[in-house]
Ligand binder design. Structure first.
Ligand SMILES: C[S@@+](CC[C@H](N)C(=O)[O-])C[C@H]1O[C@@H](n2cnc3c(N)ncnc32)[C@H](O)[C@@H]1O
Length: 313
C-alpha cells in the first residue's frame, strides 16, 4: 500500500532539527504520535543504547512487548548469525542483534514508512549498511522463493501485530485514525493472528538447520490454538498441566528433547486501544473453549504474554 505522502526526506526537512528523547515507561508521552523525525533513545538493561527515528505512521516500540523481547534478543548469541526481524517495525530487534554481532540482518515489514526507517535506523546505530537489507512484505510474501534467504536464516524474531481485523476494529480505527495512523498498515486477519500464524506455519522453511524462532503469543489470541499449531508445525513441545497449555515458562536449556517451549511469561496491562475488543475476545474464547483471555486485578485488565522459542528439527 504505497502512498504519495511517503517521502521521509521531505518530512525531515519540514521538521528541521531532530529531537532526541529518552524512552521512559512511566511517562505519559504518546510514543505513537511523536513529531516526524523524533529520535527515541532506549536504554536497555545490559547497558545497550538503541536509537530509533520514528514516524507517526509507523509503530514505535512503547511497551514491555518490544522491550522484553529486546532483552531476550540481547541475551541470545547472535555472533556471526543471519537474523530476521519479521514484521520488524522500526527495526529494533535487528539492531540489537546487529550490535550483538549478527553477520547479516534481514528486516521485513508491511508498512513502507517502517521499511525506510529500518535502513536509516540501522545506520543511526553505527551499524554497517552492507550487513542489512529490508523488504516491504506482507508476511513472507516478498521473500518467498528467494534462494539467498530461504533455508539460510539462523534466528527469526517477532513481536506480532495482534488486534483483530473485525468490522468493529475498522470502526475503531476510524476513531483512532488521527493519533494512530500506523494501523492502516496492519493486516492481522480477523482473529489478529495472521502474522504470528504465518510465522508458525511457514517460518521453518526460512530457517537453516538448527535455526530458531522467538515470538510473542498472548492470552487474548487463543493459547490452546497456538499450542495446537505449535505441536503441528514444530513437533513436540512443553505444555502446562493447567487449563492453559502455555501458562508456564522454563529455561530453554532445560527443555530436554522438546522442540519448543515458553521461555518467558509476563502479565501486561491491556492498552487502551484494546478496550473496544474486550467483549469480543471474551466471546470468542468462550465459544472456542479457550481459557479466559484476561486476568483482572484491582479492576485492571491484564493480558499474559508467552515468549515462545522453537527450534527447527
Ligand atoms: C506490534 S508491531 C511490532 C514492531 C516491532 N517488532 C517492535 O516490537 O517494535 C507489529 C508490526 O507488524 C507490522 N505488520 C502488520 N501487519 C503486517 C503484515 N501482514 N506483514 C508484515 N508486517 C505487518 C506493523 O506495521 C507493525 O510495525
Amino acid at each position: 500500500m504505497k502512498t504519495p505522502e511517503l517521502n521521509l526526506e521531505t518530512d525531515k526537512d519540514l521538521c528541521g532539527q531532530k529531537t532526541i528523547i529518552t524512552y521512559d515507561s512511566d511517562s505519559n508521552i504518546d510514543y505513537q504520535s511523536l513529531e516526524v523525525g523524533t529520535i527515541v533513545k532506549y536504554h536497555l538493561s545490559n547497558d545497550l543504547d538503541i536509537l530509533l527515528e520514528t514516524h507517526p505512521n509507523a509503530w514505535t516500540p512503547s511497551s514491555l512487548f518490544s522491550l522484553t523481547m529486546c532483552e531476550l534478543v540481547a541475551a541470545d548469541d547472535c555472533r556471526g548469525k543471519v537474523v530476521m526481524d519479521f514484521a520488524g517495525g522500526l527495526g529494533m530487534f535487528g539492531i540489537v542483534a546487529g550490535k550483538g554481532g549478527a553477520a547479516q540482518v534481514i528486516g521485513t515489514e508491511l508498512n513502507p514508512y517502517a521499511v525506510t526507517l529500518q535502513g536509516s535506523n540501522w545506520e543511526l546505530n553505527g551499524l554497517n549498511p552492507k550487513d542489512f537489507q529490508s523488504f516491504e512484505s506482507n508476511c513472507f510474501a516478498a521473500i518467498q522463493g528467494n534462494r539467498e534467504i530461504e533455508g539460510k536464516v539462523d534466528r527469526i524474531y517477532l513481536n506480532p501485530p495482534a488486534l483483530p481485523d473485525t468490522e468493529e476494529k475498522l470502526q475503531a480505527r476510524l476513531k483512532f485514525a488521527d493519533q494512530f495512523r500506523g494501523e492502516e498498515w496492519n493486516r492481522n486477519g480477523d482473529r489478529g493472528r495472521l502474522v504470528m500464524d504465518t510465522l508458525i506455519t511457514q517460518g521453518s522453511s526460512y530457517l537453516a538447520p538448527g535455526g530458531e524462532i522467538l515470538f510473542i503469543a498472548t492470552s487474548k489470541n487463543g493459547p490452546r490454538l497456538t499450542h495446537r499449531l505449535m505441536e503441528k508445525y514444530w513437533g513436540k513441545g512443553i505444555q502446562s498441566d493447567s487449563d492453559n497449555p502455555l501458562d508456564y515458562s522454563i529455561n530453554w536449556e532445560e527443555r530436554g528433547d522438546a522442540n519448543w517451549a515458553v521461555v518467558h511469561r509476563i502479565n501486561v496491562a491491556l492498552a487502551n486501544y484494546h478496550t473496544e475488543f474486550v467483549q469480543s475476545y471474551q466471546k470468542l474464547a468462550d465459544l472456542e473453549g479457550e481459557p479466559s483471555p484476561f486476568i483482572e486485578e484491582e479492576a485492571n485488565l491484564y493480558q499474559q504474554l508467552y515468549f515462545i522459542r522453537a527450534k527447527k528439527a
